[in-house]
Write a protein that binds this ligand. Structure first.
Ligand SMILES: [Fe+2]
Length: 251
């Protein structure tokens, strides 16, 4: 497989990976304005863009995913809970669904907490083995931190949901599994993020301070000091729900 991690604006991390042999690829969490980078990378790898996925409807940046999908003639994928919320056509993803990109298989995990529609993507490369190799964690689990639970209100309820998601869906995965998060240090989407853009489930279990807390302590810690919401959040969410973002808006 090929795999690229892009350090995008506002400490966002985007991903482009796939199977060069069979010619399929997946773009994840594209920031508006970065569409040409994905098109260039696809050309360099000699593959079409097969799927464009947002791990959730973003509140901190204008998404370029729907625009890239249109340009590439690929499906734009979001969790199915966005039906009726997002006002344009998208391909709904459900928990347990598998996307095939040649020898690369992507399993969808519904992981609510940061937002109700958050998903993680569990990726395996059949050329290397049958087991998952890494998980793209969006804003659910960061290196050294977890996602903020307050962006849609109900922060205590969402924090409790995030605790359950982390312990039931992610920390039960093999320790050696790599994690690739949606942000690194400097993001408004969480507090205490590392500047290192990758880790493993095992390392985070041992050293991520949020993962050793009881459910009550986790909720208390995560809601104790909530950082200011991202600038222009309402305008950004509205634009991402309507899919009308132009690259000029990301400047
Ligand atoms: Fe987010």
């Amino acid at each position: 497989m090929f795999f690229r991690q892009r350090a995008a604006a506002n400490a966002t991390l985007s991903y482009f990976f796939g199977c060069a042999g069979i010619g399929k690829s997946v773009a994840v969490d594209v920031v508006a304005g970065d569409e040409p980078w994905f098109i260039d990378e696809a050309e360099k790898a000699g593959v079409p863009i097969s799927y464009v996925i947002d791990t959730h409807v973003h509140a901190d940046h204008y998404s370029g995913s729907a625009g890239l999908a249109r340009r590439a003639g690929a499906p734009y994928c979001l969790h199915e809970s966005n039906r009726g919320r997002v006002s344009f056509d998208f391909t709904p993803l459900s928990d347990g669904q598998r996307l095939e990109a040649g020898n690369v298989l992507v399993d969808v995990l519904h992981t609510p907490g940061h937002t109700a529609d958050s998903i993680c993507l569990l990726v395996r490369d059949l050329r290397r083995g049958d087991e998952p190799w890494f998980v793209i964690t969006g804003d659910t689990l960061f290196v050294g931190a977890v996602g903020r639970p307050d962006l849609a209100g109900r922060e205590r309820e969402m924090a409790a949901q995030l605790h359950d998601t982390l312990h039931r869906r992610l920390l039960t995965l093999p320790a050696e599994l790599e994690i690739y998060p949606g942000h690194q240090a400097g993001s408004a989407c969480g507090a205490g993020l590392s500047g290192k853009p990758a880790s493993t489930i095992g390392f985070e279990k041992r050293f991520n301070p949020m993962l050793s807390l009881s459910r009550d302590a986790f909720v208390a810690a995560l809601t104790a000091e909530i950082a200011p919401q991202p600038a222009e959040m309402e305008r950004i969410v509205e634009a991402n729900l309507r899919g009308i973002v132009t690259t000029a808006m990301s400047a």
